[in-house]
Design a protein around this ligand. Structure first.
Ligand code: HEC
Ligand SMILES: [Cu+2]
Length: 417
């Protein structure tokens, strides 16, 4: 039993100290993945403690049982029955008191850990998280947004302020040992702190973030990367993230920004003509691709808040004096107000992107829809040469923006992305 206590005391001590301690990465073992936050050590210690108690209890029960099986087996045909002992006070007190103490210890270790996980330090760095079918969106204090990765500052407590736009989701970062449901209609919080810095220049250096609440068709696809950056790299990243659309030239927008934004639509819209939960942007139903269906007016509409029951083709909704002046207006409205007109055969399964995609982002998407033949089915742009040239221009624009900011004495350039 004293062996057990040796596990308990350090576990309790490290839990109490966890808010101030720094983390070192603990290697993965049979039970656990790598531990890479200050929460990981104490949580693993409690897990291991309960685990060891389980091993010992299991051994005690099974060994005694096997021994009794052999020792008291029936040896012959003639069995002499006897009365067994009625009770044994010493034994009964022992097997009640010792497990009770162990359970109380487990309770307190769990409770202390729970309080710690529920109480983000006051100086936490806040990141807003929006979960929706089927993606995460992370929003930073300077307005920067990210959907493909969660980047956090190293060595600082980070608090996620989370809400859901549709159903129940759950955010889980296994290596940090933190997990919290994201519930429609309320905010939930989660905090962690990690020193396990990732290399900003190496996109393969990351940890996983999962959705662990089954939330529909593409639930399996709500996996994104978490990366921990040192202060300087973190600041550079959030600044670039905030103005990434502004440094792309207009004519490069559709293939440089388009695919990145399309990643937020790809869980429901394909480019190859096969419908998922939303209509494909590629050719479908013998009607050509999305841009053709919209600009030629052949697309079929069935229902929607602004729909007229007698009118079922797009050409009667788009044009001078009609609901939408131009095809572009219709597409923009389909993105900001998806329930206005519903594509025939689909229900209102798309959440609005109002406030999340600005004019340049919509321009990029429309440009992509107009030039679908220049893209692969996975949304990547075919012409790598043009990407390289555009990257050069982006580099120049960034340098110019940095110079202009320095000249104006501005240190924190932030605009909506
Ligand atoms: C959760 C699934 C989902 C996501 C994510 C989603 N959509 Fe949709 N989308 C739908 C569904 C369902 C429809 C059909 C119903 C309707 O018209 O609103 C639709 C319809 C559309 C239409 C009208 C298509 C037509 O043929 O007339 C456009 C345009 C569109 N979406 C653009 C986007 C863009 C751009 C994004 C990403 C920024 C996106 N959608 C993300 C589900 C989704
Ligand atoms: Cu989910």
């Amino acid at each position: 039993m004293s062996g057990l206590l040796l596990h308990v005391i350090p576990a309790a001590a490290s839990m109490l100290a966890s808010a101030t301690e720094t983390s070192t990465v603990t290697p993965a073992n049979f039970w656990m993945p790598e531990g890479a936050s200050i929460q990981a050590g104490p949580i693993d210690a409690v897990f291991q403690f309960i685990n060891v108690v389980n091993y010992i209890s299991f051994a005690l029960v099974v060994v005694v049982m096997l021994w009794f099986c052999i020792r008291y087996r029936q040896r012959g045909k003639n069995v002499e029955f006897m009365d067994g002992p009625e009770h044994n006070t010493a034994l009964e007190i022992t097997w009640t008191v010792i497990p009770t103490i162990i359970l109380i210890v487990m309770f307190f270790l769990g409770f202390i850990g729970y309080l710690d996980l529920q109480t983000p330090p006051k100086n936490s760095y806040d990141i807003k998280v929006t979960a929706k079918q089927w993606q995460w969106e992370f929003e930073y204090p300077n307005g920067a947004k990210s959907v493909t990765e969660l980047v956090v500052p190293a060595g600082k407590p980070v608090r996620l302020i989370m809400r859901s736009e549709d159903v129940l989701h759950s955010l889980f970062i296994p290596d940090f040992r933190v997990k919290q449901d994201v519930v429609p209609g309320r905010y939930t919080y989660l905090w962690f702190q990690s020193d396990a810095v990732n290399d900003p220049d190496d996109p393969t250096d990351f940890r996983w973030l999962f959705c662990t609440e089954y939330c529909g068709d593409e639930h399996w696809n709500m996996n994104v990367h978490v990366r921990v950056f040192e202060d300087e790299a973190f600041n550079t990243w959030t600044k670039e993230q905030a103005r990434w659309l502004d440094v792309i030239d207009d004519e490069d927008l559709y293939f440089m920004a388009g695919p990145k934004i399309y990643a937020r639509c790809a869980s429901c819209h394909t480019l190859d003509g096969l419908d998922k939960s939303g209509p494909s942007w590629g050719p479908r139903d013998g009607m050509g691709d999305l841009w053709q269906r919209v600009s030629e007016g052949t697309g079929k509409i069935a229902g929607g808040r602004k729909a007229d029951p007698g009118i079922t083709t797009l050409e009667d909704y788009i044009g001078d004096g009609k609901l939408y002046g131009t095809p572009e207006d219709y597409i923009r409205s389909s993105i900001y107000d998806p329930g206005a007109l519903l594509v025939s055969g689909f229900n209102n399964g798309m959440a609005t992107f109002q406030g999340q995609l600005n004019d340049r982002a919509i321009d990029a998407l429309i440009g992509m829809m107009q030039n679908l033949d220049e893209f692969n089915a996975d949304g990547t742009f075919k012409d790598e040469e043009r990407i390289k040239e555009a990257e050069e221009r982006i580099k120049k624009n960034k340098e110019a923006a940095a110079e202009a900011a320095a000249a104006a004495g501005v240190t924190n350039v932030a605009s909506s992305g």
